[in-house]
Design a protein around this ligand. Structure first.
Ligand SMILES: [Mg+2]
Length: 306
């Protein structure tokens, strides 16, 4: 089946890095268009997280069924940095949770695609987020709850994975570190925290605002298994996501990323945290991304039957 058609449907059953890169580039195009159409929102932190989210959804990592969003054995994804909602919406639309035409309604009154993810409105959104610093606590609680009821994941032997994507700026919120203690203390090995370490937040460089320094060392000190990865290297991202690890240790992946990744004039610029591109800027960005898409060429992928 040609991925060039923008096909949405069941998750891929095998890993093809070029397919994930194709999906990631399409997602970047969707994000830029969505934000330009809405006239507001958060491009920088949406674009930095694209390769991470694309690998989860389209790299044969997460177990999910867009036709049955409440499938008990599904892996969960929590976008703790909820202001990056466009990256989640782009993935969910591409995965088949809803009609991609909905993307045009970002931030519109009554739309399922609110400025921050709303679990009551948008299929595939597990938790309403946007109030920063809370995703890790929710992930730990979900993991604990699923363990208590004995819910197993797709292999029937281990609990569903709970992936949560954290911004680096939001790690300045103290609640994260209580959740880190909790997840380690209770041996919640199904919790996977992915830190989008783009070194920027709304007010500038994270190290100037309130230094986070070595985030991986901090999680390790709290008793977590830790890995670091280039957050734009799809095969490397998949490798750390799928690496064998102890069943009773939560897992932190520190992903080095570039804020605004994929759009040259947005990269490394804190000012693109919460400003939508103009029509002209949108056209420039799309031209760059279209070229990258063309360079990737035609891609095919096997998918499981629905
Ligand atoms: Mg950041």
């Amino acid at each position: 089946m040609s991925a060039q058609s923008g096909h949405v449907g069941m998750p891929p059953t095998s890993f093809d890095p070029r397919f994930v890169q194709h999906c990631a580039t399409k997602m970047r195009i969707d994000i830029v268009k969505m934000l330009a159409g809405a006239g507001s929102g958060h491009p920088g932190g949406s674009l930095s997280a694209v390769d991470l989210v694309a690998t989860l959804y389209f790299g044969a990592v997460m177990h999910y069924d867009p036709h049955n969003p409440q499938l008990p054995s599904r892996d969960r994804f929590i976008l703790s940095k909820g202001h990056a909602a466009p990256v989640q919406y782009a993935a969910l639309a591409r995965a088949g949770y809803f009609d991609p035409a909905e993307l045009k309604k970002l931030r519109k009154l009554g739309s399922m695609l609110q400025g921050h993810p709303d679990a009551r409105k948008c299929p595939g959104v597990e938790v309403s987020t946007g109030s920063l610093g809370q995703g890790l606590s929710i992930a730990a609680g979900l993991a604990q709850g699923l363990a208590l009821v004995g819910q197993m994941g797709s292999d029937g032997q281990t609990p569903p994975r709970i992936y949560t994507l954290l911004g680096d700026g939001e790690l300045q919120e103290g609640q994260n570190w209580e959740a880190a203690l909790y997840a380690a203390h209770y041996g919640l090995g199904s919790v996977v925290a992915i830190v989008d370490r783009n070194m920027l937040q709304i007010d500038g460089n994270t190290e100037d605002v309130m230094a986070l320094a070595d985030v991986g060392a901090k999680f390790a000190a709290f008793g977590w298994q830790v890995a670091s990865v280039d957050g734009h290297d799809v095969p490397a991202i998949r490798e750390v996501l799928c690496a064998p690890r102890p069943p009773d240790k939560p897992y932190a992946i520190i992903a080095d990323t570039v804020k605004g990744k994929g759009v040259s004039f947005m990269e490394h610029v804190a000012g693109w945290h919460g400003v939508a591109p103009s029509e002209k800027e949108c056209a420039t960005a799309i031209a760059e991304l279209d070229q990258y898409l063309a360079d990737l060429g035609t891609i095919t992928i096997e998918r499981s039957a629905s």
